[in-house]
Design a protein around this ligand. Structure first.
Ligand code: SF4
Length: 260
């Protein structure tokens, strides 16, 4: 299941190509370590030849020593860079209560610096299907835009391809996989600091998933099948009379809720 979904995303969005050097951003959580494992396994099966390395940015927020993660990387034969980001530590000292915006800006700068040093042209992040769906809801409800996360994007200078191969992988899958493999996970001090909006969206999605097990797949499917003639963006509407009414909107989900 895990490999099939990661393989599907890589193929569909052309995330990894022949000759790529992929640097996996390992945060110490279940998702990024699962992503690393999946890429190592797919590397052996893929017709495309690519190399994989990993890195972790230390921003002073881990609650446990990262040594077990280092031991695991060694045992898996992965080249792993543990990067102590001095500017992030200074930020922590000067503004201990800084928000996520600032923290992630510092992290992004560090990520590019590390990837450059590793000679990587692809950076892989462990955002899951849950993250995509949560971002879609957050943006729709609170920023007035229908957008989620890019499965593939490029850095401003176009020197890195940024990929999110877990787009079709739910957190149930990463949780189960990480537990089964007994990955050494390193909790982050901020993990409880999720804002009120994110917390309520997560709770809402979790509740929906309980009631309708396929809801995540339906949201992901919807993101890939825009019906622009039924939205309000005039860039995509034929305002001069070319629009053809195709009947009642199709309100049925692509995958029916459980038991219906
Ligand atoms: S939750 Fe913590 S580690 Fe994550 S972006 Fe926010 S401040 Fe940084």
């Amino acid at each position: 299941m895990l490999l099939r979904r990661v393989g599907e995303a890589i193929g569909k969005f052309k995330m990894i190509r022949d000759g790529d050097r992929v640097a996996v951003a390992v945060s110490g959580g279940k998702d990024s370590v699962t992503l690393l494992e999946a890429l190592l396994l797919l590397q052996k099966r893929s017709p495309a030849r690519f190399t994989v390395c990993a890195f972790t940015v230390e921003q002073g927020k881990f609650l446990r020593p990262v040594a077990p993660l280092g031991d695991y990387m060694k045992a898996r034969g992965v080249s792993w860079t543990y990067f102590h980001d001095a500017p992030s530590f200074r930020l922590l000292e000067e503004q201990p209560d800084h928000g996520c915006d600032l923290c992630s800006r510092y992290r992004r700068r560090a990520v590019y610096e590390i990837a450059r040093g590793l000679g990587a042209n692809v950076i892989a992040f462990g955002h899951t299907a849950d993250d995509f769906c949560e971002a879609l809801l957050r943006n729709t409800l609170f920023t007035g835009r229908i957008s989620a996360l890019p499965p593939v994007a490029y850095s401003r200078e176009r020197d890195f391809r940024l990929v999110r191969p877990l787009v079709y992988v739910s957190e149930e899958i990463t949780t189960a996989y990480a537990a089964q493999k007994q990955f050494p996970l390193i909790p982050c001090g901020c993990s409880q600091r999720t804002g009120a909006v994110r917390r309520s969206l997560r709770d809402y999605l979790a509740q929906l998933k309980q009631e309708y097990p396929h809801v995540l797949e339906n949201i992901l499917s919807a993101m890939g099948k825009l019906d622009t003639s039924r939205l309000l963006d005039t860039r995509f509407l034929a305002l001069d009379g070319d629009t053809v009414e195709t009947g009642e909107p199709d309100l049925l989900p692509i995958l029916s809720p459980a038991g219906e």
